[in-house]
Design a protein around this ligand. Sequence first.
Ligand code: NIG
Ligand code: FE
Length: 405
Amino acid sequence: MGERGNCETLVHGAGGILGQASQARADAVVVDHGQVVALGVADELRREWRPREEIDAAGLLLLPGLIDAHTHPVFARGRAEEFDWRGQGMDYLEIAARGGGIHASVAALRACDEAELVDKVAAHFRRMLAHGTTTCEAKSGYGLSLEDELKSLRAIRAAAERTGMQAHATCLAGHMIPLEHQERPEHYLDMVCEELLPEVRRQDLARAVDVFIEAGALDLAQARRYLERGRELGFALRVHADQFHDLGGTELAVQLGAESVDHLEVLSDAGLEALALGGRTYAGLLPAVPHFLRQKTDAPARRLLQAGVPYFIATDFNPGSCYTPSLFEAAHFARVRLCLSAAEALHGVTAGAAGSLGLGAHKGRLEPGYDADFLLCDLADVHHFGYGFGDNPVRQVFVGGQRIR
Ligand code: NIG
Ligand code: FE
């Protein structure tokens, strides 16, 4: 028998391993230098590898660390009062028109000093990690001024370092026109395009820019200006569109080569066709949002999948339209409301999400060469993924082969 290779860790005794291409039976993973180096049956792997440490998974299911590709974790307080207003019949846009909604979050964030904000974002990241999210896309968008957007993006970076969350920051200065610029929105866009975005690029504070194309937020022409400037500065583009009104945002996103267009509850046939023909822009499905907002319509997920459009599923974690840090919960809504299978839902919160962030070669799967970000979960098998709700099946969380929870 040949020499056994040294390695850091052997995780053995898993009840099953999800997120691998091979259908062969496997109950163990070999980890070295923060990456998966082999998968298989423990006894066979022990003949080839000499691990420094062994971890007994005790029959738990091994899953790739989940990836939440759409979150708004930089907020200073929740907006629970709006939840009651909604119960009394007010809709999202009416609440915003009354000075609630995003503007209320902007006022709270501006009043919060940076150290306190970092504590809050770190607390959000810890809750996400506890629910199995090891990588996330994290948006600013409640600052909407030069200083407050930079403060928000710095808070993402600091909170990621503090907690171990692998956060990929997105500048959402196009979330809304702030109240002080409502009369002259172009003044706000001038500041964003000529000062803020170049400064974000200079300090390398975000990899992408994002915009909310909606009645009461940015219109199509404003969004085009913002996104074109972002693209010119080398940012990836992500877009919120077709949540309540079809303003042509999906078509714009595809035309500008955006990596994702998210929400899509009122996606038109033309929008769907543009996504299918473009073939590169991911559909970001956020199925817990219509639940939270009591919206009747859902994104046409089955038609998108049928048309071969790449997709991910995310929480949209934020104070106004989806207050959950749990991708298991989002997967549950994907199965109930979007009629996705367990395997499709799992893809949406792992490999699909990784692909939308340009991380598809390193994250979202458990295969040799992939980062050893994984979870041990109290789930019987893949069919249980997104089946239960109101319960957290995560028992242990590993990032880069290191146990962090
Ligand atoms: O993705 N749609 C716009 N932005 C967020 C909600 C933000 C808020 O209400 O605070 C979303 O749903
Ligand atoms: Fe969002």
